[in-house]
Design a binder for this molecule. Structure first.
Ligand code: C2E
Ligand code: MG
Ligand code: MG
Length: 739
């Protein structure tokens, strides 16, 4: 806002006239305007009018800085009598500035220089409210030229100061949560990174995205969403311990900046803490809601040195974390870039997949656990990609959900399943998976009715599989959708029970006909000491009491089948009976009107442990050996490829992407060695392990390698300043074969 001009507008004129009356009164008569003789009186009058209007005030001081004149209006503001102020030091009326930028132009400093000054912002001392003035002054001198003091004026700028402070706040903070905003965080990250690069320091960022926030917003309303975001901000500050390091980028996205932290063990632990903290239930206006969080982490200088690169890479990591099932953290690694590109291509290909007839349904039998007779089939969608072959729905359904394609795919599956099932012999049921996005669509009942009437399938033979995530919306809409579906006469099954929040609460209120117990839950039940068995019993008892069926999913071995039979689960679906089959196979098997299957499979569940085969490197002296990693734990690994290595030999194991682990051989037999790491590996957030530290690009730069992000791949590929590798101490399996 510019300084207001003194104008003779109508209201101003009125106040000026009023103000002038006293002076005119003293003069006794009205002056004729504008003769040179009266101009100084006019000027005096104008000044007085101005002074009395409260828009500005005048001051003068003597050579010692003591007040010799002060307008009445400022005396009032200061809450003091004019007489009490006269003779006081002028500088004492104002607070001393405390910020360094103002230090240059303090009042004592300008007065001492005896030079003129304009619009010095000064804050009133000894007053209750915050009052600011812009003060200007001109030195004046005695006839002999000696400095006599100052005369000047002041104007109230409290409002402007307040407005600009608010603007600063708006430019710095997110008004909802009070956290730094995107703009400010961007600047902070940029300045930190450029300073840290010179000082060879590390800096990490975490991007956090809330899972299922949109549902809260959509179902409980925006005010509830806002309240939730505030609570999220508080929890984040609590974990991070410093409010100025946390920002809200917008929506439900947050960013944390962590200076001097590149240890992935510590970063992973913090990410874990954040996810746990944000996943605790929230209470908002008496409603309880649960959300989750995913975290992507990138570390400078390893994963990027500019803020754009670092943020893009943290974003890729975040995306991978969400794709990995949400509620997880992921570190950036160079293969994520490739994965992102792959996904982009899949996303595009998926758009044409239906038109190109690449989508089809396979059917997996659902079998009565007591009689071994098939009672129905679950329709499982398949994508036969022209280059990649059959792609798992676990991979492309989430893509379809995110890219708005699930509606069309889901509707197609529903129609196709009804058409096929209508032609099956007998009364076998067909189960179709319904995504929560489809469930939230008002038009779902209409789509179902159409699929039923076009195919002629009886509603009681169609079962819709719904996952627990629809309950996170916890709203009247969910209840009314359930009711509308039940009114059509279709059956409802709760899918994947045991993987989500598994609250038995919904079972009592939602009108399910069946509970499908997830395969992970059953697998867990066969492990010693597991309580899953007891929980399954409880679920079965509850289901029986409520007249619901139960299906155990993913049963592969005979011991699992025995267990679920013992626990009185009514139906079983799994490889122990049959893999999903194409519709023509199904028709063949059911030719006689029914299909009875003898369960076959391994006696006991196969262990999940896999022996791995991953090519890695081992460095000894100055030589690089290409070896194979057979298994790895946090403290050590089994490696293969180098022959006859004495115990105690030190290797640096190269896991790729700058991950080097110093280790020593603790077991050695032929071409296999057990090595123990000097520093334990840490959780990589993706079910794997990684080193907590990596070779720093700073170190490589010092060794003459151009300073870029960490080169992907293995250390062997990095050009060394010496230009050559050393001679091998040990021979390798490939030498052996060659020899
Ligand atoms: P789901 O609904 O839980 O389906 C069961 C999954 O377990 C299927 O995987 C099935 O092939 C697999 N399975 C069955 N028996 C066994 C077993 O003994 N061992 C093992 N390891 N796996 C077994 P699939 O076909 O890959 O489908 C994955 C998920 O994709 C499904 O999980 C479902 O959530 C989703 N999906 C499949 N079709 C559709 C669809 O048409 N629409 C929607 N929205 N989602 C679908
Ligand atoms: Mg299912
Ligand atoms: Mg399932």
């Amino acid at each position: 806002m510019g300084a207001r001009k003194f104008s003779w507008g109508s209201s101003d004129r009125k106040s000026a006239e009023q103000a002038g009356r006293g002076l005119l009164g003293k003069m006794g008569q009205r002056q004729a305007p504008a003769s040179p003789a009266t101009s100084s009186k006019d000027a005096l009058l104008l000044l007085q009018n101005f002074e009395e209007s409260g828009r500005g005030w005048f001051w003068s001081i003597d050579a010692e800085g003591r007040i010799t004149y002060l307008s009445e209006s400022i005396c009032e503001k200061l809450g003091a009598e004019r007489d009490a102020l006269l003779g006081k030091e002028f500088v004492e009326l104002f607070l001393k500035p405390d910020t360094s930028e103002d230090r240059q132009r303090t009042l004592p400093w300008v007065l001492m220089r005896q030079s003129k000054f304009d619009d010095l912002a000064l804050q009133a001392a000894d007053v209750e409210d915050e009052i600011w003035w812009a003060v200007s002054g001109r030195p004046y001198h005695h006839a002999n030229g000696d400095f006599a003091g100052y005369r000047g004026s002041g104007a109230d700028i409290t409002e402007q100061r307040r407005a600009s402070k608010d603007n600063d706040r708006l430019a710095t903070y997110d008004p909802l949560t009070g956290l730094l905003n995107r703009h400010r965080m961007g600047k902070l990250l940029e300045s930190t990174l450029s300073a840290f690069q010179l000082q060879r320091r590390a800096c990490s960022i975490m991007l956090i995205d809330l899972d299922r926030f949109k549902q809260v917003n959509d179902t409980l309303g925006h005010p509830a969403g806002d309240a939730l975001l505030k609570q999220v901000a508080e929890r984040l500050i609590k974990v991070v311990g410093d409010r100025e390091k946390v920002s809200r980028l917008g929506g439900d996205e947050f960013q944390i900046i962590l200076q001097d932290e590149d240890d992935r063990g510590i970063l992973g632990e913090m990410a874990d803490k954040i996810i746990k903290s944000l996943s605790h239930p929230y209470s908002i206006d008496g409603s309880r809601c649960i959300i989750g969080a995913s975290v992507g982490i990138a570390v400078s200088p390893f994963d990027g040195q500019s803020s754009e690169d670092l943020i893009r890479n943290a974003d890729l990591a975040l995306y991978a974390a969400k794709g990995g099932g949400r509620g997880r953290f992921r570190f950036y690694s160079s293969d994520l870039l490739q994965a992102a590109e792959d996904r982009r291509i899949l996303e595009e290909d998926l758009r044409d997949a239906l038109d190109r007839d690449e989508i089809w349904l396979s059917y997996q039998p659902v079998v009565n656990a007591q009689t071994n007779i098939v009672t129905g089939f679950e329709a499982l969608i398949r994508w036969n990609h022209p280059e990649r072959g059959n792609i798992s729905p676990a991979l492309f359904i989430p893509i379809a959900e995110e890219t708005n394609q699930i509606g069309a795919l889901g509707e197609w599956a529903l129609r196709k399943a009804c058409d096929d099932a209508a032609k099956w012999p007998g009364k076998m049921k067909v189960a179709v998976n319904v995504s929560p996005i489809q469930f939230a669509n008002e038009a779902l009942p209409k789509i179902i009715k159409e699929a039923l009437s076009t195919s002629g399938l009886a509603p009681g033979r169609l079962e819709l599989e719904i996952t627990e995530s629809v309950f996170l919306q916890d709203s009247d809409d969910t209840d009314s959708m359930f009711q509308r579906l039940k009114d059509i006469g279709v059956r409802l099954a709760l899918d994947d029970f045991g993987t989500g929040y598994s609250s038995l609460g919904y079972l009592k209120t939602a009108p399910f006909d069946k509970i499908k117990i997830d395969q992970s839950f059953v697998r867990g039940a066969t492990e010693p000491g597991s309580r899953n068995g007891a929980i399954i019993s409880a679920i079965v008892a509850l289901a029986n009491a409520l007249g619901m069926e139960t299906t155990a999913e993913g049963i592969e071995s005979l011991d699992q089948l025995d267990l679920v039979r013992e626990l009185c689960v009514s139906h079983v679906q799994g490889y122990v009976y049959s893999q999903p089959v194409a519709n023509d196979v199904l028709l063949e098997k059911c030719e006689e009107g029914k299909w009875e299957i003898t369960p076959t499979g391994p006696a006991v569940q196969r262990s999940d442990r896999q022996t791995m085969y991953r090519k890695i490197g081992a460095i000894h002296d100055d030589h690089y050996y290409n070896i194979v990693l057979r298994n790895v734990s946090q403290s050590g690994a089994l490696i293969e490829g180098i022959v006859d290595v004495p115990l105690g030999t030190k290797f640096v194991i190269d896991f790729g992407d700058g991950q080097l682990a110093v280790s020593s051989v603790v077991r050695s037999e032929g071409a296999q060695q057990g090595v123990e790491f000097e520093e334990r590996l840490v959780n990589d957030g993706n079910g794997g392990l990684c080193t907590s530290r990596r070779v720093s690009p700073y170190m490589m730069a010092a060794a003459g390698v151009p300073m870029t992000s960490l080169p992907p791949g293995y250390y062997d590929d990095v050009e060394r300043p010496s230009g050559k590798k050393g001679l091998p101490t040990f021979s390798t399996v490939s030498d052996w074969k060659a020899g």
